[in-house]
Design a protein around this ligand. Structure first.
Ligand SMILES: Cc1ncc(COP(=O)(O)O)c(C=O)c1O
Length: 378
């Protein structure tokens, strides 16, 4: 791989050499008999990564945001949606749904925490929601939501309410048990925990979500996002038959195929535990430096990234270039009004799973030395 700054932002993450190599195929028709089974197996492996036997994956060209737009298939104008927001991405998911006429109730928590069980119960008691959205890991804060508990609570109060999980920053780095937890939709992108260059939107829908789509009263007000167009394509490729609606990103699908094979070559439990261990250790380092994570508790702290409040006297505009000068790319903040007050580091994928690469050591060492150079004393 060409020498480069280590990309330790919360996605895109570092790519495995085999993933990059697998993209360098000669021009290949999307209906070539060589490619068709690759796409079919990729669809099956996406189902496996969220630990489902029955869900319907959609793999399309686009980024994570396209998954938000795809919720147009489940909503009709005027539908009530409860948005549990733990940061920037929850808020913007809501903004997207409003475009399609959803009536949004926001449940916000202060930065670093998540909406309480009581607040969710209160909201569920007041309104019959068509959909509840929850951001599994909000990349702006590094807050991890308890999607298992939220889904159980929503389904107990209202079994027909759809639970939609934004898993863009969690699929591949956080445990997701799609069937056991009775999730309806998980939205992902290729560039974070799945370790593939940006460009693929990945959405997984439960049979109940698909039925809700089929039962809708009004036409889907979108062309490219329309599941009516994509369902036959996904079904055909999974049956190892070619089909066409819009040209798939052949090389990115090769890359996703390779990355999913690598990920699934180990038990998923091993992967999630390794992410949890590395994240806990990283938070320990942060605390050892006398700094605080944005996530206010260990339970609410993500396993694939950490957001950290800057110490007094150190600017984000100094810290990010200082690490870049040492060959490590980290990210500043993005929360409105607080963006300059904290920084974010990704610890996902091969950087976590492959100790020999020493990525985590490199990011920790560069952080410590950069803070010292910038005059920070613990
Ligand atoms: C939690 C979350 N949701 C949605 C998105 C949007 O994804 P994309 O930037 O791939 O469109 C992101 C991007 O970082 C994200 O972190």
């Amino acid at each position: 791989m060409a020498p480069h700054k280590l990309c330790m932002i919360p996605g895109p993450i570092e790519f495995h050499e085999d993933v990059l190599t697998s993209m360098s195929t000669p021009a290949t028709s999307h209906v070539d008999p060589v490619f068709v089974p690759i796409f079919g197996e990729t669809i099956e492996m996406v189902r496996t990564i969220v630990q489902s036997k029955v869900a319907q994956p959609f793999i399309t060209s686009g980024s994570g945001t396209l998954g938000w737009d795809m919720m147009v298939n489940l909503l009709e104008a005027g539908d009530e949606v409860l948005v549990l927001t733990t940061g920037y991405f929850g808020d913007h998911f809501a903004e997207c749904l409003e475009v399609y006429g959803a009536k949004i109730t926001y449940l916000r928590a202060e930065p670093g925490s998540r909406p309480s069980k009581e607040a969710i119960a209160d909201a569920l008691a007041k309104t019959k929601f068509k959909m509840v959205t929850v951001t599994h890991v909000d990349t702006s804060t590094g807050v991890l939501s308890d999607i298992k508990a939220v889904t159980a609570q929503v389904k107990a109060a209202s079994p027909e309410t759809l639970v939609v999980v934004d898993g863009v920053c969690s699929v591949g780095s956080e445990e997701i048990r799609f069937d056991d937890w009775k999730l309806d939709v998980v939205i992902a992108g290729s560039q974070k925990g799945l370790g593939v260059p940006p460009g693929l939107s990945i959405v997984v829908a439960s049979p109940f979500a698909i039925q809700t789509f089929k039962d809708r009263k009004t036409p889907v007000p979108s062309y490219y996002s329309n599941w009516g167009k994509w369902l036959p394509i996904m079904t055909a490729y999974e049956a190892r038959k070619p089909a066409y609606f819009a040209t798939p990103a052949v090389q990115l699908i090769y890359a996703l195929h390779t990355s999913l094979k690598l990920i699934l070559s180990q038990p998923l439990e091993t992967r999630f535990k390794k992410h949890a261990d590395v994240a806990a250790d990283f938070r320990q380092t942060v605390r050892g430096l006398g700094l605080k994570t944005v996530a206010q508790s260990e339970e609410a702290a993500a396993n694939g990234m950490t957001a950290v409040w800057l110490p007094e006297g150190v600017e984000v505009a100094q810290l990010v270039p200082a690490l870049a000068g040492k060959g490590v790319q980290i990210a500043g903040g993005i929360l409105q009004g607080l963006a300059t007050k904290y920084f974010r580091i990704g610890h996902m994928g091969i950087s976590v799973m492959d100790d020999d690469r020493q990525h985590i050591k490199k990011v920790k060492d560069s952080l410590v030395s950069s803070l010292t150079e910038l005059g920070y004393k613990n």
